[in-house]
Design a protein around this ligand. Structure first.
Ligand code: TXA
Ligand code: MG
Length: 326
C-alpha cells in the first residue's frame, strides 16, 4: 500500500457505520481519532492502561502529562469525580460543550492511573459534537482523548491533519469535517479553594465568570500550570512567528486580524484570521491557518495584534506558545 492508500483505509466518513466500527475498536483497546466541537481527539478506552499507553506512544507525549477523559453526560462525570457545587453549576450551564473540569477523582472511579498521570484528580469533559457523543455512548465507557496531533505540534481541526500527524499509529480516523470551534476546551480546576482557569479555550473566561458570579483565579496560560502540556513551546508550527507585528518585513508571510497588516505598506499578507475582526472566527481559523502557512512553506510569519478580551485570551495564549523558542 502507498502512504495515501494506507491513510484512506483508516479514514471513515462520520455515520452509523463509522461509529459502530470506532466503538468496537475502542472496546478492543485500539485508537480512534474523532471530531469534537473543539479539535480532533485521539481516543482510547480511559479505563484501560494498555489502551491509554498507545495514546502516549502515538503522540510522543510524556507520560507525566495527564489526559482529558470524555464522558457522555454529567451522570457519567459524577461517577469519576467529586464535583463541587460550582463545578456542577458550570457543567449545567456549558455541558455538553467545550469546557473541561478538573476535580478530585471519585472513589471507585474507572479512569485508569495512566490517563490521570498518577494524579489524584481527573479532567473530564462532555463534548457537544454529535459524532463524539455517539462514539462515547456506543463505546459504553469514558474515552481518554488528547488532541490528535504529535506532541508539541498544532492541534488538528480536520481529519487530514490527523492523518498528517499520526497516520500510521491510529486504527481509525472518523472524518466529521472541520472542527467548529478550532481551539481546545477551556480547563477549570476545582482542586483549590477557588475555581482556577488552567487553560483558556473555546469558552471565554467572561462566560464562566458570569455563571460563577466571581472572577476566575489564574492568569490563563501565563500561570504556572500544575499539569504540563502547557510547556512553553506547544501548538507550534515550523515557521517562526513574530507577534504583535504592525507591518510585514522582507520575506515574511502574514497572519492578519481585521485587515490590520493589510492596511500597511508593502506586500499583502496571505491569511486573515477574521477580516471583520470577529474573535470566534479568528479562533476557529487559528490552527487551520498555522498549518496552512507551514504547507505554503512560510519560514517567518508576522502576526497582527489580537485584542485580549473574550476568545482573544485563548488566541493570544496559543500564539505565545506557537512563537516560543523550540
Ligand atoms: O478540546 C479539548 O480539550 C481536546 C479535545 C480532543 O477534547 N483535548 C485536549 O486534550 O486538548 P489534551 O490532552 O491535549 O490537553 C489536556 C490538558 C493538558 O494540558 C493537561 O495537562 C490537562 O489537560 N490536564 C489533564 N488532566 C489534568 C489534571 N488532573 N490536572 C490538571 N490538568 C490536567
Ligand atoms: Mg494537545
Amino acid at each position: 500500500m502507498t502512504r495515501e492508500e494506507d491513510g484512506a483505509a483508516r479514514l471513515a466518513p462520520a455515520g452509523e457505520e463509522a461509529i459502530e466500527k470506532g466503538a468496537r475498536i475502542l472496546r478492543e483497546g485500539g485508537l480512534v481519532a474523532f471530531p469534537t466541537e473543539t479539535v480532533y481527539g485521539l481516543g482510547a478506552d480511559a479505563t484501560s492502561a494498555e489502551a491509554v499507553a498507545k495514546i502516549f506512544s502515538a503522540k510522543g507525549r510524556p507520560s507525566f502529562n495527564p489526559l482529558i477523559t470524555h464522558v457522555a453526560d454529567l451522570g457519567a462525570a459524577r461517577r469519576e469525580a467529586e464535583l463541587p457545587p460550582a463545578a456542577l453549576r458550570l457543567a449545567d450551564a456549558f455541558w455538553p460543550g467545550p469546557l473541561t473540569l478538573v476535580a478530585p477523582r471519585a472513589a471507585g472511579g474507572s479512569v485508569c492511573d495512566l490517563a490521570r498521570a498518577g494524579l489524584a484528580s481527573v479532567a473530564l469533559r462532555a463534548p457537544s459534537a454529535p459524532v463524539a457523543r455517539a462514539l462515547i455512548l456506543a463505546a459504553g465507557r469514558p474515552i481518554a482523548a488528547p488532541s490528535a496531533n504529535r506532541s508539541g505540534h498544532v492541534s488538528p481541526v480536520t481529519a487530514a491533519h490527523v492523518l498528517d500527524d499520526l497516520g500510521e499509529s491510529v486504527d481509525l480516523v472518523i472524518d466529521g469535517g472541520r472542527a467548529e470551534r478550532g481551539v481546545e476546551s477551556t480547563i477549570v480546576s476545582f482542586l483549590d479553594e477557588k475555581p482556577r482557569l488552567l487553560r483558556p479555550g473555546a469558552l471565554a473566561r467572561e462566560a464562566l465568570e458570569e455563571v460563577l458570579g466571581a472572577p476566575l483565579e489564574g492568569e490563563g496560560g501565563e500561570a504556572t500550570i500544575v499539569a504540563p502540556g502547557m510547556t512553553a513551546s506547544h501548538y507550534a508550527p515550523r515557521a517562526r512567528l513574530r507577534l504583535d507585528a504592525s507591518a510585514l518585513r522582507e520575506g515574511e508571510a502574514g497572519l492578519d486580524f481585521g485587515g490590520r497588516l493589510g492596511a500597511s505598506e508593502g506586500p499583502r499578507p496571505a491569511l486573515d484570521l477574521s477580516p471583520n475582526a470577529n474573535l470566534e472566527e479568528a479562533a476557529a481559523n487559528l490552527f487551520l491557518y498555522l498549518r496552512r502557512l507551514d504547507a505554503l512553506g512560510a519560514t517567518a510569519v508576522a502576526v497582527a495584534p489580537i485584542p485580549s478580551r473574550g476568545l482573544g485570551e485563548t488566541i493570544n495564549d496559543r500564539l505565545r506558545r506557537a512563537a516560543a523558542p523550540k
